[in-house]
Design a protein around this ligand. Structure first.
Ligand code: KG4
Length: 338
């Protein structure tokens, strides 16, 4: 019997809905919120208001594009956390209301599990998916984690950032360079024209599998501050080289711990996920590392690197098959790791 799941994602500033049938993606609609651009970061109150405006048309568009009638849904999966509480409340309440109206169960999904499981979204039957166990490098604006994935519901965090996330390092350094928020994609673009060896920035010395990016951020800031004293146009003249050198350093930090984790666990499959996994340099570096070490690499489609409901629907699909439903008294949560 076929199983059709509607996924709903509203943890931050993207309202998204997706339909998955028997593990195959039928639609994935994302409405991004441009209202935050002028504030240099996501404004929680504005985010939840925009979710309220977007949720009905986004869900309708996802069902229409999938060619699925809402009465054919078997369950509704929604992101329960972590994220912004006001934003999460919109998706959670909508999922509960719709499930009550349709008399189908709801399935709560941990947003981070969604990112990890995004590699199981298939567009056609023979699309390849990872085999357990595998290692995931989850890198976003809020997290930098190395996760050993033994099953869809059995994940162990081997290392995490002790301060800033990789995305924050990109965004904060980009801000120092006067680039718009979020700066990660701008650094990525500039880095492609720059000399990645031109500048040297500090790298952390942490013995275990944890990450740290605050020292790099400070070192970047001081380099610019000192150079600007001698030449006020320093940043303008060296934008591409600064971006390329910063990106190289972040990638070296990421790959160093990934390598340690691979050796420690003996896994033969590595996946990446989260917003920063859209970075061209990171994608190339992970692919090259895996090729050189005889490891199978799973690099997500760019559409699945940022927040999307397809990953919520696939995580919900696995839980549905195990009858892991959620009660109507479950509330969103702001913080948690996997
Ligand atoms: O997973 P995500 O969409 O949400 C949060 O956890 O916030 O990740 C957003 C992060 C931001 O820091 C953004 O700058 C970064 O992902 N990002 C990138 C790129 N695209 C998005 N960083 C570097 N290069 C990119 N191409």
């Amino acid at each position: 019997m076929s199983v059709t799941i509607l996924g709903i994602e509203s943890s931050c500033d993207d309202t998204s809905a997706a339909v998955i049938r028997d593990g195959l993606l039928l639609s994935n609609v994302i409405a991004s919120q441009s209202v935050h651009e002028e504030y240099g970061g996501v404004v929680p109150e504005l985010a939840s208001r925009a979710h309220q405006q977007n949720i009905v048309p986004v869900v309708k568009a996802a069902l229409d594009r999938a060619g699925v009638d809402k009465r054919d849904l078997d369950a509704i999966a929604f992101t329960r956390g972590p994220g912004l509480l006001g934003s999460l409340l919109v998706g959670t309440s909508f999922a509960k209301g719709m499930s009550l109206g349709l008399r189908v169960p709801i399935v709560d999904v941990n947003h981070l599990h969604g990112h990890v499981l995004s590699h199981f979204i298939r567009r056609k039957e023979d699309d390849e998916v990872p085999e357990y166990p595998f290692l995931t490098l989850l890198i976003s604006g809020g997290n930098s984690q190395l996760i050993l994935v033994r099953n869809y519901n059995d994940m162990e965090i081997l290392g995490a950032t002790i301060d800033d996330a990789a995305g924050e390092a990109f965004d904060k350094c980009a801000k120092v360079m006067g680039l718009p928020y979020p700066g990660g994609p701008h650094i990525d673009r500039l880095a492609q024209e720059g000399d990645a060896q031109r500048f040297k920035f500090a790298k952390p010395r942490i013995p275990n599998l944890d990450y740290s990016f605050s020292g790099l951020k400070t070192s970047f800031l001081y380099t610019l501050r000192d150079a600007v004293k001698g030449d006020p146009d320093f940043v303008e003249k060296n934008r591409a080289d600064l971006a390329a050198s910063l990106q190289r350093t972040i990638i070296e930090i990421l790959i160093d711990k990934l390598d340690k984790a691979v050796k420690q666990t003996g896994v033969t499959t590595v996946a990446i996920g989260g917003g920063v996994s859209a970075n061209s340099g990171v994608r190339n570096a992970v692919a090259e590392y895996c090729k050189a070490h005889g490891i199978k690499a799973f690099i997500p489609e760019r559409a699945f690197t940022t927040d999307n409901a397809a990953m919520v629907a696939i995580a919900g699909y696995f839980k549905y098959l195990d009858k892991q439903f959620c009660g109507y008294d479950e509330v969103p949560f702001a913080r948690v790791t996997v």
